[in-house]
Ligand binder design. Structure first.
Ligand code: COA
Length: 382
């Protein structure tokens, strides 16, 4: 006899674990109702206006803003750790040019674990160094992926440059303008951490098994690729290209809603008002678009935003204006999600270190909804 489990509707777990507090963390906090994000208690607006990626890496990993000397040391360490091992570059060279850059990046980070000078040392000091080194190397790996797939030589890091400026230089082969470098720096600050988002949670789950730092970040990268998470910025650009012209925005959005399609770059699992990161990305998208003499993608984005707000009351999230900003910075569309990773690796690794600092295996339970007491039927009687 087959019996069905007795599932009480009120006992059902929240779909997608919404509103479930899955653990404690002192790294970043979100107030979804008021649209507040803070790293270690410091409001993201202050960090976006006054801080740098180097400062934020220190803040996330170590818990406080760095002193002047600590900041200099962080800048020097990031610069020293940016180069990739030759073996890692050789693995990237072996990938087909058509390989999605996120697939290449996921492969690269897993491989970097094999070449890491700290090897299989998983002690506290070694994992701190690995977390930091990986944060530095992510920018170089993304730039190398872009160059190699176009048959170009990777550009070596320049240790005299800040992280964001050097990333753009390694990516494009030339020095960025000061405003482009600052826009990239702010984008890196804004994307660096976001509480228990899907990729960070994936990293923490992997870390909690005592898997290594590179493995945890590989799990995070695999999770970030999805269009419901980090992949949304790429999907936003594809949408803007499909809309093509501000005059077509209204009809395009109405049609998408009529077909019950999701509009990428809108809505959020936690924010019920504007994502505070979007406020800065909107401004930067406009500024860099104007400087480059191509406001087209900003204007189109603004129009789509107005229509979606009017039709459904949905707010933009971090991915919406990062798309037109990255386009204005000359970054290819399928590199948008890897650029997200160049920043978010700081948060992932901070969370991995925090998880391992007070670890307990993350192992929730599921509500079983299948049949029970099912008799085994031998093959010849099926
Ligand atoms: N386009 C159209 N409708 C959307 C929407 C979007 N981008 N985001 C949310 N909605 C609608 C949902 O369809 C749902 O409508 P319903 O109640 O009629 O079914 C309602 O708003 C609630 O949204 P829901 O999907 O339950 O929110 P969620 O918390 O599960 O999902 C996201 C959050 C981010 C997955 C969702 O907003 C989304 O898919 N956005 C597009 C992808 C994206 O930009 N991701 C990046 C996130 S930073």
């Amino acid at each position: 006899m087959i019996t069905m489990p007795d599932v009480k509707p009120e006992a059902k777990p929240a779909a997608g674990l919404r509103n479930v507090v899955a653990g404690e963390s002192g790294i970043s906090s979100i107030d979804g109702q008021r649209g507040v994000l803070a790293y270690r208690g410091i409001d993201i607006h202050e960090l976006a206006e006054q801080s740098s990626f180097e400062e934020v890496v220190f803040l996330l990993h170590r818990g406080t803003l760095p002193t002047r000397q600590q900041l200099q040391e962080t800048q020097a360490s990031l610069a020293r750790d940016r180069p990739l091992p030759a073996g890692g570059v050789a693995i990237l060279r072996g990938l087909p040019a058509r390989c999605h850059p996120m697939t290449a990046l996921r492969t690269a980070v897993s491989a970097l674990g094999a070449f890491d000078p700290d090897g299989e040392d998983h002690g506290e000091a070694a994992r701190g160094r690995k977390a930091f080194r990986l944060t530095a190397q992510m920018a170089t790996a993304v730039a190398a992926i872009e160059r190699l797939r176009h048959g170009l030589q990777p550009v070596d890091p320049d240790p005299s440059l800040p992280h964001a400026a050097d990333f753009l230089r390694m990516l494009t082969g030339g020095p960025p303008s000061p405003s482009a470098a600052r826009a990239m720096d702010v984008a890196l600050v804004l994307h660096a951490d976001h509480e228990f988002n899907a990729s960070t949670f994936a990293a923490r789950v992997a870390a909690s098994t005592l898997a290594d730092v590179h493995g945890a970040v590989t799990a995070a990268l695999a999770t970030l690729k999805g269009p419901l998470h980090g992949g949304a910025n790429e999907a936003v650009m594809q949408m803007l290209e499909a809309v093509g012209d501000p005059g077509r925005a209204e009809a395009w959005v109405r049609e998408a809603f009529a077909q019950k399609r999701k509009i990428m770059g809108f809505g959020h699992a936690v924010y019920r008002t504007e994502d505070p990161r979007a406020t800065h990305l909107r401004r930067l998208s406009q500024r860099i678009g104007e400087e480059k003499g191509e406001r087209r993608w900003y204007d189109l984005s603004e129009r789509v935003e107005a229509v979606v707000r009017a039709e459904k009351g949905l707010y933009v999230n971090v991915d919406f204006y990062s798309a037109s900003l990255y386009r204005a910075l000359g970054i290819p569309t399928d590199l948008f999600t890897p650029v997200f990773a160049v920043s978010r690796v700081a948060g992932w690794t901070a969370h991995v270190l925090e998880q391992l600092g007070n670890n307990r295996l993350i192992r929730p339970e599921s509500e079983y909804t299948g049949p029970r007491d099912v008799a085994y039927v031998p093959l010849e009687r099926r």
